[in-house]
Design a protein around this ligand. Structure first.
Ligand SMILES: [Mg+2]
Length: 432
């Protein structure tokens, strides 16, 4: 047997762009309220607890990320900061519009998060990528109304860095960082922690090794980095050097889907918890059917507040495995409620419930039970019809009786703006 030593081969040069929305949640609020342009905005977490997003003007006022709302109320009122409860219907819908628009403008896209997408522009090198990206940027502003920044470079990690620079230091909002000189100049001005994938903990460890700036990291020995930070660390160094190690990721189906929320108040009645868990089950099941999966089991949990020192903390969960993978909402609700019956203790004040659909399998290729009966085809049709109607007519137009109608346990969101794009009753009204 012959072994040939593999020759180091030169990888074809790659080009990536990262599109990232500027202060996404704050920008979404401005789309339907243009008077908020240049005004400070903060968005609060579930139950209006902490600040989870800020406009640039709010950042300048020194309101930190994660700031408890009640602690900063004075700064907020003194400076006329506009405060919003999170409006995930609006943010989710505008995100979808942005991603759909990008898809119309560029062929290879990976949606990385609610407000970020990578493009593979390797086949577009012959054209002026600054102009190409500027065009995408102005189209997104025109079509959706949200401003974005775009960073271009040879790898995904470098495109991320280019994006940070584009956002902070350019008026055009686009930065092409492909030549070695600008790569070195920009990385020299960045901390190691600013690099994609470097956590604060890794940053501290790198500093102990004398690596301070992103440029130091680029110039370090990948083999040494591997010893200390595994292959993941080595890959980051290679990416900083312009060797593309990460391609565009296709969207993978999730293996677990979680739906949970803190209640708006403490809940003591089992009926209310039944309603809440039924609603979470509906939400999770819709997501599961949208990715064509079936679930093999559910984990339901229930807990009191870990912050309330006056009561003993209680946190219980149970797993139930279905005899046959399912995507049937009513079956999932039924067993979720049975678990609640098991773990619910009368007299406690509950703060949160959660359902996780676990070990999801593909709808079209799963192991059938030896004794299984074939599924009723009408059931599938019914579920699809409900999903479609709720998609076109609005969330929960058709709902299960067990979801309840009063929903006394829902989150506080007193300052939520209208769901302008997903609810007929909340459309923007214009006075003529
Ligand atoms: Mg962003």
């Amino acid at each position: 047997m012959f072994f040939t030593q593999s020759k180091p081969f030169k990888m074809a040069d790659k080009t990536f762009a990262l599109i990232d929305c500027n202060n996404f949640y704050a920008s979404c609020e401005r789309v339907f309220q243009p008077r908020l342009e240049n005004k400070p905005i903060v968005i609060l977490s579930n139950n209006d607890g902490c600040v989870i997003a800020r406009s640039n003007e709010a950042k300048t006022l020194g309101i930190p990320m994660g700031a408890p709302y009640f602690k900063f109320k004075k700064i907020i009122t003194d400076n006329k900061v506009h405060v919003f409860s999170s409006n995930y219907h609006l943010y989710g819908d505008l995100s979808e519009r942005i991603m759909t628009s990008i898809r119309m403008l560029s062929p290879s896209i990976e949606i990385y998060s609610i407000d970020e997408a990578f493009l593979d522009l390797s086949d577009f090198k012959h054209i002026n990528l600054f102009d190409y990206s500027s065009n995408i940027r102005s189209k997104l502003k025109q079509w959706v109304g949200v401003p974005v920044s775009i960073g271009i470079s040879k790898t995904k990690t470098l495109a991320k860095a280019a994006n940070i620079y584009a956002k902070k230091n350019t008026i055009s909002g686009v930065f092409d960082m492909r030549d070695e000189q600008s790569i070195n100049r920009i990385l020299n001005g960045m901390q190691v922690e600013d690099i994609w994938g470097i956590s604060r903990k890794w940053g501290a460890k790198l500093r102990c090794l004398g690596i301070q700036s992103a440029l130091d990291l680029k110039n370090s020995n990948p083999k040494n980095i591997r010893q200390n930070f595994s292959v993941v660390g080595e890959r980051i160094v290679r990416e900083l050097r312009g060797e593309s190690c990460l391609g565009l990721n296709e969207i993978k189906s999730k293996k677990n889907i979680i739906s949970s929320k803190s209640f708006g108040k403490t809940v003591t009645e089992k009926r209310e918890i039944h309603e809440a868990i039924a609603n979470y089950a509906v939400r999770a099941s819709q997501k599961m059917r949208a990715q064509n999966s079936l679930t093999q089991g559910i984990v339901v949990s229930l807990r009191t507040s870990p912050f309330d020192k006056t009561i003993q903390y209680y946190n219980q969960s149970r797993l139930y495995n279905f005899s046959e993978p399912t995507n049937n909402t009513s079956e999932i609700i039924k067993f979720a409620k049975l678990i609640i019956d098991e773990i619910f203790i009368q007299g406690l004040k509950y703060k949160k419930a959660e359902i996780m659909l676990t070990n999801l399998v593909d709808e079209n290729s799963y192991q059938q039970n030896l004794f299984s009966y074939s599924k009723n085809p009408k059931e599938k049709k019914l579920l699809n019809t409900i999903d479609q109607l709720n998609e076109t007519l609005g969330k929960d137009k058709i709902f299960y009786a067990s979801q309840g109608t009063k929903k006394t346990w829902t989150m506080k969101s007193n300052k939520r703006s209208n769901r302008y794009t997903t609810s007929w009753h909340e459309l923007k009204k214009i006075k003529l």
